[in-house]
Design a protein around this ligand. Structure first.
Ligand SMILES: [Zn+2]
Ligand SMILES: [Zn+2]
Length: 340
C-alpha cells in the first residue's frame, strides 16, 4: 500500500468533533418500511428534497432550454459543441461551489455557526496537491469531475440526436416524465449506495476512493473531488436512460444535480444564514454523509432510500449508533485482520 493511501486509512475511532452537532437521531424516509406507508414516505421525501430539489430542477430546465446545443448540431460528434457543454458545466459547478466556498470559508460570513468541524480547510497538508486542500479539490472537480460529466452527457445527447436510445416527448408523456423527474433522485441514491459499497472494498478504497476520503473535514469543493475512476462510477447512474425511455432534460437533471448538489452536501455547515445572525437560515450540508466522512464505515447511501438502515450500516449520530458501529468494525477486523 502506498504512503498516500495508508495515510487515509480509517481508524473508526475519531472522536466526535467539537463543532455544531445537529439534532439526532437523524431520521430516514420510511420508503422501505413494511407494511408500506405511502403518505408518510411522501411527506418525508418532500421535506428532504425541498426546496433544494426544486432549485436543481429549475437549473436543469434552464440548462436544457438555454445552454445546450441544438439537437441538429449534436447529431454529429464535434469537439466544438462538446467543449461548449464542458465550459457550461464548469461555470455551473463553479457558480455553486465557488459561491459557497467564498461566503463560508473565505469571507467566513457566519464564522463557526452551524459548522460541523472546528478546523478550517487545510493549507499545509502533503496529502493534497500543492499541499492545499482547496486547490487540490478544485483541480479534481473541474478537470476530472466536469470532464467525465461532460463525456457522459455528450455521448448520450449524441445518441438522443440520432434516435439510438428511447426518448419520449413532454407533449405526449408529461405525467410519466414528471414522475421520472422525482424518481431520478431515488434512483441516484440507490445507485450511489451500490457503487459506494464497491468503493469501500479494500483494493478499490486504497487505489481509488482514498482520494475523496482525504477530505475528513470537507468543504464545498470536496464533494466532486474524486479519482477519475470514481467519477466514472459515481456518475454512471445516467446509463439507466439508455434503456428506460426518457428525455434529454431528465439526463441533464440526473448528471447536473448529482454533480452540483455535492457542493452543498459537503459544505460543512448544517445551515446557511440568510442576512443577519440569528435571522432566517436554510438547510445546508448533509450530516448523514458528513458522518461517513468522519467515520468512513457507515452511511454509504442516503436518507431518501435508507439502505444503510436495512443493511445494518446506519449511523444516526447518537452514541448508541456509534457504539454499534465500533462493535461491527471490531467484528470485521477479527475476521479479516487489521486494515493496514
Ligand atoms: Zn463525500
Ligand atoms: Zn466512502
Amino acid at each position: 500500500m502506498s504512503d498516500r493511501s495508508r495515510a487515509v486509512t480509517p481508524t473508526h475511532d475519531s472522536p466526535a468533533a467539537e463543532g455544531y452537532e445537529p439534532d439526532v437521531p437523524i431520521t430516514v424516509s420510511p420508503i422501505l418500511d413494511w407494511p408500506p406507508r405511502p403518505a408518510a414516505t411522501l411527506r418525508h421525501i418532500s421535506s428532504m428534497m425541498l426546496p433544494q430539489g426544486l432549485i436543481w430542477v429549475g437549473l436543469a430546465a434552464a440548462v436544457w432550454n438555454f445552454f445546450t446545443p441544438s439537437m441538429q448540431r449534436m447529431a454529429t460528434l464535434s469537439p466544438r459543441w462538446i467543449l461548449e457543454i464542458y465550459v457550461r458545466n464548469v461555470v455551473l459547478f463553479t457558480l455553486v461551489a465557488g459561491t459557497l466556498h467564498t461566503v463560508l470559508y473565505v469571507r467566513r460570513a457566519q464564522q463557526q455557526r452551524y459548522k460541523y468541524e472546528r478546523k478550517w480547510l487545510s493549507t499545509a497538508n502533503r496529502e493534497f496537491l500543492w499541499n492545499n486542500q482547496t486547490r487540490d479539490n478544485v483541480f479534481w472537480c473541474l478537470v476530472s469531475g466536469c470532464g467525465v460529466w461532460t463525456a457522459y452527457e455528450s455521448l448520450t445527447l449524441w445518441a438522443y440526436a440520432n434516435g439510438w436510445i428511447p426518448q419520449v416527448e413532454w407533449r405526449s408523456a408529461w405525467l410519466y416524465l414528471s414522475m421520472l423527474t422525482v424518481l431520478t433522485s431515488l434512483w441516484s441514491v440507490t445507485h450511489f449506495y451500490c457503487i459506494h459499497r464497491v468503493l469501500h472494498m479494500r483494493w478499490v478504497y486504497d487505489h481509488v476512493h482514498y482520494l475523496h476520503h482525504r477530505n475528513v473535514n470537507p468543504g464545498p469543493w470536496s464533494g466532486l473531488s474524486m479519482h477519475p475512476v470514481e467519477h466514472m462510477m459515481y456518475l454512471s447512474m445516467f446509463l439507466l436512460w439508455w434503456v428506460v425511455p426518457a428525455h434529454p432534460f431528465i439526463l441533464i437533471l440526473t448528471l447536473s444535480s448529482n454533480s452540483v448538489a455535492t457542493a452543498v452536501t459537503h459544505s460543512g455547515f448544517e445551515r446557511y444564514e440568510i442576512g443577519k445572525r440569528r435571522g432566517p437560515s436554510m438547510k445546508g450540508a448533509d450530516y448523514f454523509h458528513h458522518l461517513h466522512h468522519r467515520y468512513f464505515e457507515c452511511n454509504y447511501g442516503n436518507r431518501p432510500v435508507p439502505l444503510d438502515k436495512l443493511l445494518g450500516t446506519f449511523h444516526d449520530g447518537t452514541p448508541e449508533a456509534h457504539a454499534r458501529m465500533r462493535r461491527r468494525m471490531k467484528a470485521r477486523r477479527g475476521r479479516t485482520g487489521p486494515r493496514t
